[in-house]
Design a binder for this molecule. Structure first.
Ligand code: AMP
Length: 110
């Protein structure tokens, strides 16, 4: 099991923000911004390449609930999903990063 699967089962603790039967949102353990949340599906999906339109729709709706809960829907935020080696994905379980709480820079990427 990868680390996010262990978070889903509760084997590894997390700072939960929101949860429903299909998705979980929790705070990133090493935040890169004042607010750094992760949103994951509970079903096992490796990355965005494997997503279906149905899952994307439901995940988008859940992400919007999370940004409302975090109070950053109007102030703005960044939504990122890293895919594969070049994308810098470390955990092989689909996740969206939600970054906010400050005016974010647009970093040099390479
Ligand atoms: P990625 O590089 O896109 O795969 O992102 C993985 C993210 O998971 C990183 O931002 C890590 O800081 C975060 N992370 C790793 N372990 C944990 C954990 N136990 N709880 C919360 N976030 C974690």
């Amino acid at each position: 099991m990868n680390i996010f699967e262990k978070i889903i089962t509760g084997e590894i603790p997390s700072k939960k923000i929101l949860e429903n039967s299909k998705f979980l949102a929790f705070h990133d353990i090493a935040p890169k911004a004042p607010i750094h949340a992760l949103v994951i599906p509970k079903q096992s999906i490796k990355d965005f390449n494997a997503i279906t339109p149905e899952l994307m729709k439901e995940m988008s709706e859940f992400i919007l609930e999370v940004v409302e809960e975090l109070g950053i829907k109007e102030s703005g935020y960044r939504l990122i999903t890293n895919i594969g080696n070049d994308g810098g994905q470390e955990v092989p379980h689909l996740h969206f990063h939600i970054l906010g709480g400050a005016k974010l820079k647009w970093p040099e990427l390479i």
